[in-house]
Design a protein around this ligand. Structure first.
Ligand code: ADP
Ligand code: MG
Length: 261
């Protein structure tokens, strides 16, 4: 689905992404791991149109999408989750979901001014869709809660829920498990697997939690110093000497080896 070829992203003389080539197969849950500073988030940001690449190409289903802005990628079904912006924290969870389609196209604003008759109908349809999403994510009891009052993990679920308000094909998740408790992390993991199996979502996710990666992802791509170091099934990756070497000094080596992470 996604093919990244010889991608470079330099900041001044610093090569954050240094000639990375990856492929994300349709229907996969692809994991992207690597030590801090490896260039994972930068790679995501270039794919998602947040940052222009220095050189290299990104294609989606054979079409060159290099450097397209996020809203155009959004229309192609390529989504990257964002933290709930501060200004939306005083809106309810349901309202946060309902505004996803609107914020991207401006259509609802247009309708509000010129097609008042249709607005109520659309609002009802959107509210129903939002409630289905909340039900799917097992947070329907939070529909009326202000987004700002959610726990870290619940916010991550809401971020994932926002991708379900439109027809996403591929979703990029950057450290969705960071600071999330084990129970909610499992809920997030289950939601990802169900979206993958039942709705055909393809995922690419950056995550530090090796259990989470091993449970969900195949293949796993390892980056270090802006380059792709290895790629394969999680169990192979974690035995790969070059990978273990890349994690040396980060404290992860022993955790990988004795299986505690
Ligand atoms: N906007 C930027 N300007 C300068 N350097 C940056 C910028 N964004 C990231 N970097 C640097 O690029 C490297 C890779 O960062 P990042 O992609 O966030 O790594 P990762 O997500 O793998 O931890 C880091 O050394 C970081 O400091
Ligand atoms: Mg990062």
């Amino acid at each position: 689905m996604i093919r990244v070829d010889s991608l470079h992203k330099h900041f001044g003389g610093f090569r954050a992404v240094d000639g990375a080539s990856i492929e994300i197969e349709t229907g996969s849950i692809t994991g992207l791991i690597g030590p801090n500073g490896a260039g994972k988030s930068t790679l995501f940001n270039v794919i998602a149109g947040v940052l222009p690449p220095t050189s290299g190409t990104v294609t989606m289903d054979g079409e060159d999408i290099t450097g397209l802005p996020p809203h155009e990628l959004f229309h192609k079904g390529l989504l990257r989750t964002f933290q709930i912006a501060h200004e939306f924290s005083s809106m309810t969870v349901r309202e946060n979901l309902m505004m996803v389609p609107a914020r991207q196209t401006g259509e609802r604003l247009w309708n509000a001014w010129f097609k008042r008759g249709r607005v109520a109908e659309e609002e009802r349809a959107l509210a129903q869709k939002a409630d289905e999403v909340l039900d799917f994510l097992t947070i329907d009891h939070l529909a009326e809660e202000k987004a700002g009052n959610l726990s870290g993990g619940q916010k991550k679920l809401l971020e994932l829920g926002r991708t379900m308000m439109v027809d996403a094909k591929i979703v990029f998740l950057d450290e969705v498990g960071a600071g999330v408790n084990r129970t909610l992390l499992n809920t997030i993991g289950d939601a990802i697997v169900r979206l993958n199996r039942e709705r055909g979502y393809t995922f690419c996710l950056i995550e530090h939690d090796m259990d989470f990666i091993a449970r969900l992802c195949d293949p796993v791509i390892v980056m270090a110093e802006g380059k792709v170091l290895a790629q394969g099934p999680a169990d192979h990756i974690m035995e790969n000497e070059a990978v273990i070497e890349a994690y040396l000094g980060t404290g992860l080596k022993n955790k990988i080896k004795d299986g505690t992470q």
